[in-house]
Design a protein around this ligand. Structure first.
Ligand SMILES: Nc1ncnc2c1ncn2[C@@H]1O[C@H](COP(=O)(O)OP(=O)(O)O)[C@@H](O)[C@H]1O
Ligand SMILES: [Mg+2]
Length: 243
């Protein structure tokens, strides 16, 4: 069974249909890059996958659990699905360690010693072990985003969703965050990431999904989609982001 199965998903806000019959399966270990213009439904699709948005039609199944069913256990789901946004959302008054261990301590009830070990472990994976006692405002934007990734990893998710996590960063900080993503991908994590970094998508993604007007307009291997657009909409989009 696929880790993620979207079948005929319809999402509306009032009369605005934002996801229009979206179907997609994601297998374990896949790295999906989602591209498309602003307003095409990329963020909404991610939010439907981790149950932040109810859907009006179709089904969303994650790790065998039907997210879209009434009464779905969304708390359990969100422990298995990590999501990282463009804004880091770190708590400014908490140290890096506390930011990372807050959820595991509350949700999984681990003791302080174990929590610190856990924080160290995930910080090593993002190359920031030495910042464990720092506060967010002592870190660069890139480092804060890496802490946000570490925080997500600390819940040992089966799937990670990334929504334009480098869009607010200067180019020189974008690179260090992409490197961390690439490493997490290499460790075998299943990831769906909305990105404008086409070079990264080409190098790392097992599949690229182009969204347009709430639909999956084109999808396929990274090279196929990025180098041989079959529709004028994708060609226009690529032209705009690559030039
Ligand atoms: N909470 C919301 N309420 C009403 N409309 C929304 C909401 N979230 C998103 N939308 C609308 O859904 C459409 C798709 O938005 P979004 O998924 O954020 O696109 P993208 O991430 O591709 O830029 C847009 O038209 C947006 O205005
Ligand atoms: Mg978005």
């Amino acid at each position: 069974m696929s880790l993620v199965e979207l079948k005929g998903v319809v999402k509306r806000f009032g009369t605005n249909t934002v996801l229009d019959d979206v179907s997609m399966n994601v297998e374990r270990g896949e790295i999906i890059a989602v591209i498309g213009r602003s307003g095409s439904g990329k963020s909404t699709m991610l939010r439907c996958i981790n149950g932040l948005e109810p859907v009006q039609g179709g089904t969303v199944v994650v790790d065998g659990e039907t997210v879209s069913a009434p009464g779905a256990d969304l708390r359990a789901l969100r422990q298995r699905v990590g999501i990282v946004f463009q804004s880091y959302n770190l708590f400014p008054h908490l140290s890096v360690e506390k930011n990372i261990t807050l959820a595991p301590r509350v949700v999984k009830g681990i003791d302080p010693g174990t929590a610190r070990e856990l924080a160290l472990g995930v910080l090593r994976r993002v190359g920031l072990a030495e910042k464990i006692d720092a506060y967010p405002d002592q870190l660069s934007g890139g480092q804060q985003q890496r802490v946000a990734i570490a925080r997500s990893l600390a819940m040992q998710p089966k799937l990670m969703l990334f929504d334009e996590i480098t869009s607010a960063l200067d180019p020189e900080l974008t690179g260090e965050v992409l490197k961390v993503l690439e490493q997490v991908a290499a460790e075998g994590m299943t990831m769906i990431l909305v990105t404008h970094e086409m070079g990264f998508a080409r190098r790392v993604a097992t599949r690229v999904v182009f969204m347009h007007q709430g639909r999956i307009w084109e999808e396929g291997g990274a090279r196929e989609v990025l180098e041989k657009p079959r529709t004028p909409e994708l060609a226009t989009f690529l032209d705009a982001v690559l030039h």
